[in-house]
Design a binder for this molecule. Structure first.
Ligand code: C2O
Length: 544
C-alpha cells in the first residue's frame, strides 16, 4: 500500500464558458479539479490550502473513513471550515472499497465548481471482477451558471424561493455544442475500434438527476457508488446527484463519431429546472466524420426508464468487498423526507409557496447546522449543547404521504429547526424506511449517508406498505450504495451496520435541500476496544 499525496490550492479564477467570463472558486486552476487515483489499501493525504475568499471544506463522497472521521469534511459536522488564508491536511486510508467516488466542497454551494473524481483501483495483484478494460475514463456530469453559484444560492436562501436554474449541464466541465455561444471545446473521447473502455460516470450536478447515453453503443454497468454489481446491460444510465456508475463500453460500431449526452430526469410537475442537454463526442480514432449520430434522450419525466435502471441493478455477491445483508436489526427507523416551509419573518413575504420560505425536514425536524463547534468535536470532547439526541425514529403522525398539504395537518409543513441526531450503538444494525412526502411538491430525493454503504432492500411508489413491503425485500443480492434516489412519491428500504464511531451526516444531495434542513446525523458511539474508538483530532484541525 502506498501513500498518495496531493496539494489542493483553492482559489478564485476567471473561466470563460458560454461566452461569459465568470469568477469561480476552483482547485488547482480548473473545473473539474484534479482526478485522484489510488489503490485499495492506500493512504491518501491531501493538503488543502485555502486562497479563496470563502470558507472551505472538502468531503470525500462515499469514503468509509474508518476511524478517520476528522477527514470526512462536512462543514460544522466533522470540522470547522478552513478559513481564507488557512490550510488543513486531510489524511485517511481507503480500505475495503473499490470503484468510482468523488470529492467536493461541503460548505455553502461551492461544490458547483469545487469537485473532482476519486478513483479506487484494486490493490496490486488483484483484478476487477470483469475483463480488464483497455482504458478508464472519468465522465463527470456537472452544472454551470453564468453567475456566481454562491450568490445564486445565497439569494435563494435570502428570498426563501428556489435557486435560479443552471445555464448548462457539463461533461468534464464543458457545456458541449448545443448551447448558444459555447466557445469551450466539446469533450472528446478518442477510441480504438474493438477496445473496451470503463466509463466512470459521476453525477456532480447540484439539482438534477441525469440520463446519460452514447449513440448506438450499449453500456454494461459493473459498479455503482464504488461497489461492484452484476453486469447489467442497458443503453441508458441514470444517476442522482452524488451517485456514480461504472459502465463498460466497447467500440464495436462502424468507424465514425457518436455523441454522448446527458439530460435531466425530473419527474416533478410544476418545478422549474434546466431541461437542456449537454453532449460530448466519442470519436473512433482517426475518423473525421462531420455528422455524428445523436442519441435519442428519454423525456425529462420518463420515470419508468429511470426506475427500471435504479431498481434492476443487483450487487455482486461474493465479489471483492461484498458484505452480506445485516439480518438481525437493532434499530428500526421510518423516516419521512419532506419539503416544507418556514416563516418568513414579520412584515415580509418570501418567494416560497404561500408567501413563506422554502424549507425541508426529516421526520419533521429541520436540520440546523451548528455554528459554534463542529458536532464531531462535541462528540469527542463531550461538549453539551451542540446537538441533541432526540431525532425521532418515526414521523410525528402517520398520514397519506402521497397527498398534498390540504388533506392533513398543515402544522407538519412548518417543522421546528433542530440539530437533532440519532444515537447508535457501535456495530448496531439499522434499517431505515425512507418515505418521500408530497407536502410541497412530489420529488425524488437522492439521500446520501456519510461514512457507510448500505444495502437497498426494496423501493417503490406510493406509501410504504408495512404488511406486504417486507415480502419484497431482496436479502440475497441487493445493490449497495452510498446515495439512494428515493423514487418520486415513493419509498426505499435500506440497511447498514454502524461500525464506525463518529458523526455521520445523512442528507438530500440536491444542493439547496441541505441548508433548507433535509438532513440529520448518525452519532455512532465508540466500541469497547482502542481499535474501535475514534482517535483524537489531528493537530491542524481548523478551529471555529
Ligand atoms: Cu456528496 Cu454530504 O455529500
Amino acid at each position: 500500500a502506498a501513500i498518495v499525496e496531493h496539494t489542493f490550492e483553492v482559489k478564485n479564477l476567471t473561466i470563460q464558458r458560454l461566452c461569459t467570463q465568470q469568477v469561480v472558486t476552483a482547485v488547482n486552476g480548473d473545473v473539474p479539479g484534479p482526478a485522484i487515483s489510488v489503490c485499495e489499501g492506500d493512504t491518501l493525504v491531501v493538503h488543502v490550502i485555502n486562497n479563496s475568499p470563502y470558507n472551505i471544506t472538502i468531503h470525500w463522497h462515499g469514503i468509509f473513513h474508518l476511524l478517520s472521521g476528522w477527514a470526512d469534511g462536512p462543514n460544522m459536522v466533522t470540522q470547522c471550515p478552513i478559513r481564507p488564508g488557512h490550510r488543513y491536511t486531510y489524511r485517511f486510508s481507503i480500505v475495503k472499497q473499490e470503484g468510482t467516488l468523488w470529492w467536493h466542497a461541503h460548505v455553502s454551494v461551492l461544490r458547483a465548481t469545487v469537485y473532482g473524481a476519486l478513483i479506487i483501483r484494486p490493490r496490486l495483484g488483484f483484478s476487477y471482477p470483469f475483463p480488464t478494460p483497455y482504458k478508464e475514463v472519468p465522465i463527470m456530469l456537472g452544472e454551470w451558471w453564468k453567475a456566481n453559484a454562491v450568490d445564486v444560492e445565497n439569494e435563494a436562501l435570502a428570498t426563501g424561493g428556489a435557486p435560479n436554474i443552471s445555464d448548462a449541464y457539463t461533461i468534464n466541465g464543458r457545456p458541449g455544442d448545443l448551447y448558444n455561444c459555447s466557445t469551450s471545446p466539446i469533450y472528446e473521447l478518442d477510441v480504438i475500434p474493438g477496445e473496451t473502455y470503463l466509463l466512470r460516470i459521476i453525477n456532480a450536478a447540484l439539482n438534477n438527476q441525469l440520463f446519460f447515453k452514447v449513440a448506438n453503443h450499449r453500456l454494461r454497468v459493473v459498479g455503482i457508488d464504488a461497489s461492484y454489481t452484476n453486469p447489467y446491460d442497458t443503453d441508458v444510465v441514470v444517476t442522482g446527484p452524488g451517485q456514480t456508475v461504472d459502465a463498460l463500453l466497447t467500440a464495436d460500431q462502424s468507424w465514425g463519431s457518436y455523441y454522448m449526452a446527458a439530460s435531466p430526469y425530473v419527474s416533478t410537475e410544476g418545478v422549474e429546472f434546466d431541461n437542456s442537454t449537454t453532449r460530448g463526442l466519442l470519436v473512433y480514432h482517426g475518423s473525421t466524420s462531420t455528422s455524428p449520430v445523436m442519441p435519442q434522450m428519454p423525456a425529462t419525466n420518463d420515470t419508468p426508464t429511470a426506475y427500471t435502471f435504479y431498481s434492476n441493478i443487483t450487487g455482486l455477491v461474493g465479489g471483492p468487498h461484498w458484505v452480506p445483508v445485516p439480518t438481525k436489526i437493532d434499530e428500526h427507523m421510518f423516516v419521512t423526507v419532506n419539503l416544507g416551509l418556514s416563516q418568513c419573518g414579520t412584515n415580509t413575504t418570501c418567494d416560497g409557496p404561500f408567501g413563506a420560505r422554502l424549507s425541508a425536514s426529516m421526520n419533521n425536524h429541520s436540520f440546523q447546522i451548528p455554528t459554534t463547534l463542529s458536532m464531531l468535536q462535541a462528540f469527542f470532547f463531550n461538549v453539551n449543547g451542540v446537538y441533541t439526541t432526540d431525532f425521532p425514529d418515526n414521523p410525528p403522525i402517520v398520514f397519506d404521504y402521497t397527498n398534498a398539504i390540504n388533506s392533513f395537518d398543515t402544522s407538519l409543513l412548518f417543522a421546528p429547526k433542530r440539530t437533532s441526531v440519532k444515537l447508535l450503538k457501535y456495530n448496531s444494525n439499522v434499517q431505515i424506511i425512507m418515505q418521500n412526502t408530497a407536502l410541497i411538491g412530489v420529488e425524488s430525493h437522492p439521500i446520501h449517508i456519510h461514512g457507510f454503504n448500505f444495502h437497498v432492500l426494496a423501493q417503490g411508489f406510493g406509501n410504504y406498505d408495512p404488511v406486504n413491503g417486507p415480502s419484497k425485500f431482496n436479502f440475497y443480492n441487493p445493490q449497495v450504495r452510498n446515495t439512494i434516489a428515493v423514487p418520486v412519491g415513493g419509498w426505499a428500504v435500506i440497511r447498514f451496520t454502524a461500525n464506525n464511531p463518529g458523526v455521520w451526516l445523512v442528507h438530500c444531495h440536491l444542493d439547496v435541500h441541505l441548508p433548507w434542513g433535509l438532513a440529520s446525523a448518525f452519532v455512532v458511539q465508540n466500541g469497547p476496544t482502542p481499535s474501535s474508538m475514534l482517535p483524537p483530532p489531528p493537530a491542524d484541525l481548523p478551529q471555529c
